[in-house]
Design a protein around this ligand. Sequence first.
Ligand code: PEP
Ligand code: CO
Length: 464
Amino acid sequence: MPEVSTVPSLDQLHALNPVQQPTYEDTGEVADVIARLRKLPPLVFAAECDKLRTKMASVAAGEAFLLQGGDCAETFDGVTASNIQNKLRTLLSMAVVLTYAAQVPIVKVGRMAGQYAKPRSSAVETRGGVTLPAYRGDAVNGFAFSPESRRPDPQRLLGVYNASSATWNLTRAFVTGGFAHLRSVHTWNADFVKNSAAGVQYQNLASEIDRALAFMVACGIDDNVFGTVDFFSSHEALILEYEHALTRIDSRTSLPYGTSGHFLWIGERTRQLDGAHVELLRHVRNPLGVKLGPTTTADTALELADRLDPDHEPGRITFITRMGAGKIRDVLPEVVAKVTASGRQVAWVCDPMHGNTFEARNGYKTRAFSDVMEELNGFFDVHEELGTWPGGVHVELTGDDVTECVGGSDDLVEADLVNRYETLCDPRLNRNQSLELAFLVAERLTTGRIRRANPVQNYVPVSL
Ligand code: PEP
Ligand code: CO
């Protein structure tokens, strides 16, 4: 366990000139909000973060696979029962596909209950000759294009706390209260479009699971062991005021934890080695993710790992690579090879979304399912080549039947994007596309060298 370290003050973090932060007009109001946030209870319990770190250690060791997914940007408006339920059942269905088809334990993490702040490539947006601050997520300002709405409003940080709290409360109820019971595997997707290929494939797999469960029950096994699942929250730790106010000293260990979510990650745009985000997060005990884009060098990855994880603690570091379908095969091998050669065992996770965004001819920001799969296949190929473990997938998805990404077995085309384009930020996979991705990933996990390298899959029946 690392020695007790002092969390830097907010002033110390600001002295590091943090990037991607809102500029608030009324600093007194910001101070009031921070004071209020500091008094509110933590959103997650430190021991849960430890549990997830242990699970991430299994991922890093090649014994488990991470499924992390959810909206690009959650919204306050989107905090509804059906929205949360749809997202959860999509993630649970994907996890079931991966567990059953690939026979690998799946670590389940929602990109939810805190994912309200967005880094932007430009600080401003211009429409029809009018320039206003860019939308930075509901944590900061409103999406509507008016000066009032785009003004950074510190009260929104309390809104993030409340929205995260409500989302996590229902999610906890679902994952422990019966909804996630494996016996419900059919019902999660019972309303699926009957002719969707992924839907049919899913219902077939669900029937197999039913039979397997019935067999176990007939053998006398109590199927209540399948009644709950471990599920964790995650988001990009971006807004320093919020993350700092929710950094708390754990009463069990006297060590600091980020209590805004279980797994916190640092984005591609805020991972400067001497930057404020690395400085804050290196002090908290949570399992951490770092996004690595196509310009990442192996040395940068190693320096980040040394700074955030000087003690080489199992499960502490997850590198989420998002290189783009066209670049991953060129860039990833050297990064993985050198980090591995250094003796570090990190979790390698593929985000096949953020390197594959483009603008469709009709102006919509979109992604092609084929590019997403191409990056994932590149990820699996590189790890297979190097003999390292492809530890997981990080995707932007929703449980609704939106039309934001093109392709997939339903063959969405650019002209379809107009039908149900609801994201306020990046395009997400819809439920069909998410399930299809899960089946394709399961296939990659059961073929080639990867299969032989995975101890869980090496289970051999005893012959007498
Ligand atoms: C994101 O995950 O939504 C994001 C902005 O990613 P990245 O930091 O990799 O660009
Ligand atoms: Co995004």
